[in-house]
Design a protein around this ligand. Structure first.
Ligand code: ADP
Ligand code: MG
Length: 380
């Protein structure tokens, strides 16, 4: 695949990662989320190669590549290839306009860190092929086909949030997304003098995919039981705490806790959106801490490393709030930190994290950024 390092790109696509300010695991429960794209991204370079069906895809960061045949898009045993194959498979159900292409991928978005490199990969590929071959797909088509690719080829039963945020975000705003109606409201976010700081735990526990799917099943189990008493509900989005309380005797203790988290988390998303609109960042911070508590003890998708970093944040009065962001079991914590305190906070967290886990913490600022886009060839 050496030649792929040298080809002249016809098209360059930037596909960003995302943070979710709040609303974890609410997307597949048809609730609310509050994500935005960040500057860290995957960059794709594309070129038609003149063949009918042969495609070459090379990941510079991973230093691996593979060749595929558009006539045979069956699943691979190699994880990352499935994101590519899954997207091509979904596109092939919609159009036969794709022909042979070469594509290289480079990324400054850490993979498996809760910043949704998987959605960036899927959506960037879909966006690029749509441009290159004029497929006529809408942004929403690309979001949805990428989500389906993640279900069918990568095996994660994810909601719509990651792909939606990667494609639809706008600079300086977060998206209040209703995952049932797909209605969105763009909310400007005024952080000054605070900053959004990510601390990357650098752990990505293997549980992420399997437990994600288990959580989804537990929520479905909850819905099935609650529906027997309240037939009008279609998802946890429709369930109130009173309804849940009524059904408590019929639910396992675990399923009850999962449902309680989702119901509370949906409320928190709306409360954070309101607090952002009234510029009440300290309220936002309090809700982030509350959310982490739920993520850790009710939904049980945190891990000792994330809990440790959130606990450090809590000891610092200049940090308004913190929580693990992303599907769980590691990845990054998101912290709202006063600009004057960023250095001391990061130094303290880095030192204590190293002492406790012997891992070098990675810290970086993120800003709400634009979604997937065509980049100018000159800047590459
Ligand atoms: P997240 O989406 O939070 O980053 P996932 O486990 O959902 O975590 O997706 C990470 C996977 O996406 C990686 O294991 C890899 O298969 C794929 N991936 C991410 N970035 C790249 C890249 N630059 N090149 C190839 N594959 C990548
Ligand atoms: Mg992912």
């Amino acid at each position: 695949m050496q030649f792929l390092n040298t080809f002249n790109a016809e098209l360059v696509i930037e596909s960003p990662g995302r943070i979710n300010l709040i609303g974890e695991h609410t997307d597949y429960n048809m609730g609310y989320v509050l994500p935005t794209a960040i500057e860290k991204k995957i960059i794709f370079e594309f070129q038609k190669n003149g063949s009918e069906k042969e495609c070459n895809v090379y990941s510079k960061g991973f230093d691996v590549g593979f060749q595929l045949d558009l006539g045979n898009l069956s699943k691979s045993n190699i994880e990352w290839e499935n994101y590519i194959l899954g997207v091509l498979n979904e596109i092939s159900k919609r159009t036969d306009k794709v022909e042979g292409f070469n594509c290289t991928i480079q990324s400054n978005l850490p993979a498996g860190s809760g910043l949704s490199s998987s959605a960036a990969l899927e959506c960037g590929l879909a966006f690029g092929l749509n441009e290159l071959f004029q497929l006529g797909l809408s942004k929403m088509d690309m979001v949805q086909l990428s989500q389906t690719a993640e279900h069918t080829y990568a095996g994660t039963q994810c909601g719509i949030m990651d792909q939606f945020a990667s494609v639809m975000s706008e600079a300086g705003q977060v998206i209040l997304l209703d995952c049932r109606s797909l209605e969105r409201k763009m909310i400007p976010i005024h952080l000054d003098p605070y900053k959004l700081i990510l601390l990357n735990t650098k752990v990505s526990h293997n549980l992420a995919t399997s437990e994600y799917n288990v959580r989804k099943q537990e929520c479905e189990e909850g819905v099935a039981t609650i529906k027997q008493y309240f037939p009008e509900i279609a998802s946890l989005r429709d369930v109130s705490m009173d309804m849940l309380q009524h059904c408590e005797p019929y639910l396992s203790e675990t399923v009850h806790r999962r449902c309680a988290f989702i119901i509370a988390e949906n409320k928190r998303v709306l409360a954070v959106a309101e607090a952002l609109e009234s510029n009440d960042l300290s309220k936002v911070g309090t809700l982030l801490y509350e959310a982490h508590e739920g993520i850790s003890s009710q939904y049980e998708v945190s891990c000792p490393e994330s809990d440790f970093l959130v606990a450090i944040a809590k000891t610092d009065a200049k940090v308004l709030g913190a929580r693990q962001t992303g599907g769980g079991f590691g990845g990054c914590t998101l912290n709202i930190v006063h600009e004057e305190a960023v250095t001391t906070f990061v130094e303290k967290a880095t030192k204590e994290y190293k002492e406790k886990f012997d891992i070098d913490l990675e810290a970086f600022e993120v800003r709400p950024s634009t979604g997937t886009k065509v980049a100018s060839l000159e800047v590459q």
